[in-house]
Design a protein around this ligand. Structure first.
Ligand SMILES: *Cc1c(COP(=O)(O)O)cnc(C)c1O
Length: 328
C-alpha cells in the first residue's frame, strides 16, 4: 500500500483530477429555487448520483488503480466495502484490465452486489456483525499478492474523492459553506483539501447520520472514536470510525460535523425526487438534509444570502426500497 510521507495537500487532488480526466464524468451542478427558498441561501448541488457507477467513489478507486505498478496490475486489486466502493473498484479494475476481488457484508443491498458482479468483480461475503473485514482483507492480500485499496483510509482514495469538490469550485466559484456526507471520511477529507486551495474561506461541514456520529465525537474530542456498526438507513455511512489518514486532514481543515436523523433523510429523498427529479440514495441525501431540514447551522450564523455547496454523493438504491422509504 502506498503511503505519502508528507501530509496530503491540494496538489494531490490536482494530480488525481488529471488522472481521472476522460474516465470519470464531470457531473452537473444543479440549482433549485424551491430549495433556495427553503434554506434561505443560494445552493449549488454537485450531483455525484450521476457519476459512473452511481456515486463519487469511482473517483478515488480509479485514481488509486491508475497509480499501480506493472507488478500490482499483474496480481490485481482487493477491497472490502458495503457497496459503492466495491462497484467503483470493480469498474475501475475492469477499465484497467486487471482482476478485482471484493469482500462484502452478506446483508449488502442486492443491487450493489449484482452491480459489482456485473462489472466482473469476484465477491467474497462475510458477516459484518461477527467478522472483521480488515483482517479478512489483509489475509487475502497476503495469500494472493493483491493490492488492498480500502474504501476511505488511503491517500490516493482521498485525493480522488476531492476532485468532486474541485469541479464544484471550478464551476461555482468560491463558496461560503460546503456540506459533505461523512462515513469514513474519504469524501470529506478530499473536499477539504480542494477547498483549502480553491476556496480557503469556505466553512467545511461534514454531515453524518445521527446514529453514527463517531466523526462528530472524534472531531470534538481530538481522537478517533469507534462506536461499533451504527443502525441507520444511510448504508454508505455505516462506518464505525474515521480512517487515520482521513482524521489527520479532517482535524486540520474541517470546521464542524453535524448529524441528521433517518426521518430527515427520508424527507430529503422525497424532496429531491419531487422537486429536482433525482433518485438519491439515503446516504447521498445527508448534506442536502442538513441544509433543507434546518440542521445547519444550529443556532449559528444563518445561511441567509450565502453560497452553499451541497455534495449529493450517490444514487444507488433499489427502486423497491426507494418506494417503501418515500411511501412510509
Ligand atoms: C461511501 C459513501 C459516503 C461516505 O463516504 P466516506 O468517504 O466513507 O466518508 C457517502 N455517500 C455515499 C453515496 C457513499 O457511497
Amino acid at each position: 500500500m502506498s503511503e505519502n510521507a508528507s501530509p496530503l495537500q491540494y496538489s494531490d487532488v490536482e494530480q488525481a483530477a488529471r488522472r481521472i480526466e476522460g474516465a470519470a464524468h464531470r457531473t452537473p451542478v444543479l440549482s433549485s429555487r424551491t430549495a433556495d427558498g427553503i434554506a434561505g441561501a443560494n445552493l449549488f448541488f454537485k450531483c455525484e448520483n450521476f457519476q459512473r457507477m452511481g456515486a463519487f467513489k469511482f473517483r478515488g478507486a480509479y485514481n488509486a488503480i491508475a497509480k499501480f505498478t506493472d507488478a500490482q496490475r499483474q496480481a490485481g486489486v482487493l477491497t472490502f466495502s458495503s457497496g459503492n466502493h466495491a462497484q467503483a473498484i470493480a469498474l475501475s479494475a475492469k477499465l484497467a484490465g486487471i482482476r478485482a476481488a471484493i469482500i462484502m457484508p452478506n446483508d449488502a443491498p442486492a443491487l450493489k452486489v449484482q452491480a459489482t458482479k456485473g462489472y466482473g468483480g469476484e465477491v467474497i461475503f462475510y458477516d459484518r456483525y461477527t467478522e472483521n473485514r480488515e483482517e479478512i482483507g489483509q489475509r487475502l492480500a497476503r495469500e494472493r499478492g493483491m493490492t488492498l485499496i480500502p474504501p476511505y483510509d488511503h491517500p490516493d482514495v482521498i485525493a480522488g474523492q476531492g476532485t468532486a469538490a474541485k469541479e464544484l469550485f471550478d464551476e461555482a466559484g468560491e463558496l461560503d459553506v460546503l456540506l459533505v456526507p461523512l462515513g469514513g471520511g474519504g469524501l470529506l477529507a478530499g473536499c477539504a483539501l480542494a477547498a483549502s486551495q480553491l476556496s480557503p474561506n469556505c466553512k467545511i461541514i461534514g454531515v453524518e447520520p445521527e446514529a453514527g456520529n463517531d466523526g462528530q465525537q472524534s472531531l470534538r474530542s481530538g481522537a478517533i472514536v469507534d462506536i461499533g456498526v451504527p443502525q441507520t438507513i444511510a448504508d454508505g455511512a455505516q462506518t464505525s470510525h474515521l480512517g487515520r489518514h482521513n482524521f489527520a486532514v479532517i482535524q486540520r481543515l474541517v470546521d464542524d460535523i453535524v448529524t441528521v436523523s433517518d426521518a430527515q433523510l427520508v424527507e430529503t429523498m422525497k424532496f429531491l425526487a419531487e422537486r429536482m427529479k433525482m433518485i438519491v440514495e439515503p446516504t447521498g441525501c445527508l448534506a442536502a438534509a442538513a441544509a433543507l431540514q434546518g440542521v445547519y447551522p444550529a443556532g449559528g450564523e444563518p445561511l441567509a444570502g450565502k453560497k452553499v455547496g451541497i455534495l449529493i454523493s450517490g444514487g444507488n438504491v433499489d427502486l423497491g426500497r426507494f418506494a417503501s422509504l418515500v411511501a412510509g
